[in-house]
Design a protein around this ligand. Structure first.
Ligand code: SF4
Ligand code: SF4
Length: 430
């Protein structure tokens, strides 16, 4: 590696490795308990996906440049230079990691391997080896933020089409997707695509919410790529919009990482407190149901329903009960997956891996535990409030011929609402 590049790379390590991270790499007992917690190691049996092994690569580089013994006697102290072999393995083990933190949950020292791998991503980017696809998707989102006017026409026309669909479902000619509404209480930051907007709009309108839609999407490929500045800029697009409109609350959609970015990371990245609260859409929906602002009918959803805790919403976001309460409000035929909540198996689709074709084989193999859980549940419907999880589980459903229906939770709610344009709801209102 060239001297200048090496200096950049060691500079990144120096900046990123805080006391907590140094402690993590010092205290690992190499007990390998984490191997049975990682869906990728369990699904592939490949040593490079063992959580402690992934972190070991960072430890080796760190020792080579920042540890006295490692600097002078690298061979004796397992210190290594970041040569091509090491960087290749680091790339595979880092970008494949879904950031589920199940390994941390089971580690006796709570070592956060996903956090250690955020340093690995910074190292790879500094070495010119960041994942190209994730980097391009992040840059495209930043470009949209810098050139919002260029995209406005197409966005507005899309919102008009969805408004038509909302009116057809609710039967209320006044219902629509509100855009650029100053003084709205809620800014809903959806995912790209009508599927993320239409059911949310039906629910907001039926609840009588004072809401407006964001011109930007909640998905954040800068976060997956591993560049906190890009991730901050992507989030800042809708934070600035929320400030301009004067909303009281940002509501994020059924997307695990978008929730964590908005709720837990943005303030740390931007070093400014947010003047509004961040809420996950299922917290709002749960509240609408419990307070009677929307009505759901238990007889409209057919079949046994189960629920998948997306890692970023559940284990890493602490939201276990509200989504379950919603599902239980729309059906009496609910069965939980085993294990569940904090012990839930990662489906294998997080961390941006569904956008990286090169990891397809690992991704599908690493869904083995999820397939096992789904089969054991005997359910025919899965409620799954995360886009990445849904994409992965839909593919597992197809490959393993599970014959399940995979639903967004908000779609399940709309299907359970007695509304004239909702086929099942219309039957209920007859
Ligand atoms: S479980 Fe924790 S201490 Fe044990 S090998 Fe894994 S990371 Fe290290
Ligand atoms: S965070 Fe998840 S995918 Fe990454 S090493 Fe840990 S268990 Fe495996």
């Amino acid at each position: 590696m060239e001297k200048v590049q090496l200096e950049t790379l060691t500079g990144v390590i120096d900046k990123k490795m805080n006391r907590q991270l140094k402690q993590y790499i010092d205290i690992c007992a190499r007990c390998a308990i984490c191997k049975d917690a990682c869906h990728q190691y369990v699904g592939t049996g490949d040593f490079k996906y063992l959580p402690a092994r992934r972190a070991e690569l960072i430890r080796q580089i760190y020792k080579r440049y920042f540890d006295k013994a490692g600097r002078f006697m690298p061979a004796l102290y397992e210190a290594r230079e970041p040569d091509d072999n090491l960087l290749d393995e680091l790339y595979d083990s880092t970008y494949a990691c879904t950031g589920c933190r199940r390994c941390m949950y089971y580690c006796p020292f709570s070592i956060d391997t996903a956090w250690i791998l955020s340093v690995a991503k910074a190292i790879l980017i500094a070495a010119g080896r960041g994942n190209e696809m994730l980097g391009q998707l992040a840059d495209a989102a930043i470009f949209k933020g810098d050139n919002a006017a260029m995209f406005e026409g197409v966005m507005l026309s899309g919102f008009d089409d969805i408004s038509e669909e909302v009116r057809a479902i609710t039967g209320d000619p006044e219902h629509r997707v509100h855009v650029n509404k100053e003084g709205a209480d809620v800014l809903y930051v959806a995912l790209a695509g009508a599927h993320s907007i239409r059911p949310a709009a039906v629910i907001f309108e039926e609840a009588g919410e004072n809401w407006t839609i964001s011109m930007f999407e909640a998905a954040n490929y800068g976060f997956f790529y591993g560049d906190t500045e890009k991730a901050r800029l992507i989030t800042k697009r809708y934070i600035d919009e929320a400030k301009r409109l004067g909303v009281k609350e940002i509501v994020v959609p059924e997307c695990g990482h978008a929730y964590r970015v908005a709720e837990f990371f943005y303030e740390a990245w931007s070093k400014e407190p947010m003047p509004f609260k961040v809420t996950h859409i299922l917290e709002k929906v749960d509240d609408y149901i419990k307070s009677g602002r929307i009505t759901v009918d238990k007889g409209l959803i057919e079949g046994k329903v189960t629920y998948h805790d997306p890692c970023q919403l559940g284990r890493n976001g602490g939201k276990f009960e509200q989504p379950r309460d919603i599902v239980k409000a729309v059906t009496d035929n609910f069965v939980d997956l085993t294990p569940n909540r904090a012990e839930q198996w990662c489906c294998g689709g997080g961390g941006g891996i569904v956008a990286m074709e090169e990891f397809k084989d690992v991704r599908l193999k690493s869904g083995a535990k999820k397939v096992e859980q789904l089969k054991a549940s005997g359910a025919s419907v899965l409620a799954c409030p995360c886009e990445n999880c849904r994409l992965q589980i839909e593919e597992l459903n197809e490959v393993h011929e599970l014959g399940m229906e995979i639903w967004q939770v908000i779609d399940l709610v709309v299907a359970a609402m007695p509304l004239p344009g909702n086929q099942k709801g219309a039957e209920a209102t007859e």
